[in-house]
Design a protein around this ligand. Structure first.
Ligand SMILES: [Zn+2]
Length: 340
């Protein structure tokens, strides 16, 4: 099969690799129908995270089940499935509480690299969600979005305690931030302030339900949010970047008693304890338990209530994966979809 390998910052190559096999009785092997490049793939691509030798890339996937191990009973060959970046048993106490991305048996589902023709998915029964039938072609980008960016934006909104009638601010205009806007709208937010300085992303945020756009960043962005909320700050703020500046912008944009849902992968963030103490802000976040939301999200997509696939503004054959990385790195694309 073919698969994308990151050799060094800026050096992604699609190469011929060994086909994955069933290694444990709970595994499935799927034929990837669509995969994509994640904002988090850009951290090692840019050299901000170390690249520890040649690394198979990709952890977002939809596909058709090829083969299942002896212990798999819920998932069958031929089904169209969506999975998340962490495999989970979906039965332990942590999973039952809705935190499948911290499952006591969790495994990284992207270990074999989803930017490939085939992928081994561990704990298939707990990890994969099958659609009732083979979805229409035009739904594939949206189902792929559910695998990570939609599920992550949705968790950000839930972690930020988005409620009907409330004001929500979203820090970050990547795919996760844009889909956090969509999630906030679905969860009933009355006012949704998207923070973005890119015209195409502002437009998509408005399409997804944003009511206001703030272009300022940092302290100026905080001032704008305060101006728009009677000096109080938003009830709920979703942080979808992962830097010191974005995290502090989120915390300072939240009113006392409000909630920050942080889903940008944190890099080098240091939180000031004394400021947090006096802020009265709730902080909750982390790697999204996408599996918690997947059945509902798949339903909302297949019944065409939501259209998260619009975040994919570049579609490439798998063999051109390197072009997808480059386009996202240079911010020419929001998110690149790869078709094997
Ligand atoms: Zn579990």
């Amino acid at each position: 099969m073919r698969g994308a390998i990151l050799y060094a910052p800026g050096d992604v190559r699609v190469e011929t690799r060994d086909d994955p096999k069933i290694e444990k009785p709970a595994d499935a092997v799927i034929r990837v129908v669509a995969a994509c490049v994640c904002g988090s793939d850009l951290w090692p691509y840019r050299g901000i995270e170390a690249v520890a030798g040649p690394t198979p890339m990709g952890h977002e996937y939809v596909g058709i089940v090829e083969e299942v191990g002896a212990d798999v009973s819920q998932i069958q060959p031929g089904q169209f499935v969506v999975g998340s970046f962490f495999a989970s048993d979906n039965t332990c106490d942590i999973c039952k509480a809705g935190y499948q991305s911290s499952c006591v048996h969790r495994e990284y589902a992207g270990a074999g690299g989803a930017q490939a023709d085939l992928l081994r998915v561990p704990l298939a029964d707990g990890t994969l969600v099958a659609t009732a039938e083979r979805p229409d072609e035009d739904l594939i980008p949206s189902l792929l979005a559910a695998s990570d960016v939609l599920g992550t934006g949705w968790f950000g909104a839930v972690a930020a305690d988005v409620q009907p009638g409330k004001t929500v601010a979203v820090v970050g205009d990547g795919a996760v931030g844009l889909l956090a806007v969509l999630a906030a709208k679905q969860l009933g937010a009355e006012r949704i302030i998207a923070m973005s300085r890119h015209a195409d992303r502002q437009q998509l945020a408005l399409d997804y339900g944003a009511t206001d756009i703030v272009t300022e960043r940092g302290d100026d962005g905080v001032t704008r949010i305060k101006d728009l909320t009677g000096g109080l700050g938003a009830h709920s703020v979703i942080e979808a970047v992962g830097t010191q500046e974005s995290m502090m912008q989120a915390i300072r944009s939240t009113r006392p008693g409000g909630h920050v849902g942080y889903v940008g992968v944190a890099h080098g963030i240091q939180l000031p304890g004394e400021e947090l103490f006096y802020s009265h802000v709730h902080l909750h976040g982390g790697p999204a338990p996408v599996r918690r939301f997947l059945p509902e999200l798949v339903d909302l997509i297949t019944n065409r209530t939501i259209d998260p696939g619009k975040v994919f503004d570049l579609t490439l054959p798998l063999g051109q994966a390197a072009d997808g990385y480059r386009a996202m790195d240079e911010r020419r694309a929001i998110k690149a979809l790869l078709r094997p």
